[in-house]
Write a protein that binds this ligand. Sequence first.
Ligand SMILES: Cc1cc2nc3c(=O)[nH]c(=O)nc-3n(C[C@H](O)[C@H](O)[C@H](O)COP(=O)(O)O)c2cc1C
Length: 168
Amino acid sequence: MKAIVFESKTGNTKSYAEILGQKTGLPVYHHKEASKHLNKQDEIIYMGWLFASSVKGYKKAAENYNVKAVCGVGMRRACEEALKDMVERNQISDTIAFYLQGGYDVNKLNGIYKFLMKMMSKVILKEIEKKESKTDEDLETIDMINNGRSLVREENLAPILEWLNKAS
Ligand SMILES: Cc1cc2nc3c(=O)[nH]c(=O)nc-3n(C[C@H](O)[C@H](O)[C@H](O)COP(=O)(O)O)c2cc1C
């Protein structure tokens, strides 16, 4: 494995990439800068934030590098369904995929991203309001939308580290 390559809008994916870099000793590059350091078809781990279910930059990364693992970072909690949805929507095949929970902070967004997420947040909050009893995840989502939160945790990287250990 040559490197970890990432795209991040508000810093959560960057944090995961940097922690993974520290844990593995692999160099970490922003996607924009990666071609200065890597050759075409070098083996990489790609990490991208989720934008309307799409792992930002993954398609391009897969054209240029040998993506051995792809990791999407979104605002929902990690679960089988989140991973399955990501794999299907991004047509990920022949590459192991991981889903990680990042965070959300409207104040770190601008332009069209801020506009879209403000609309999406209203829909999410309305859906939660309708519920008779709220789950822990619902309360976490309300807090994240209203106050801005990063839920990046080092321990969430354990499955990726386990896979890397087995793969090497
Ligand atoms: C316009 C927009 C669309 C988003 N769509 C999704 C989505 O489809 N699924 C998801 O889980 N998170 C979605 N998010 C939330 C981000 O993926 C989440 O905040 C992530 O942690 C951002 O990573 P970053 O801090 O590295 O930019 C969206 C955020 C924005 C701004």
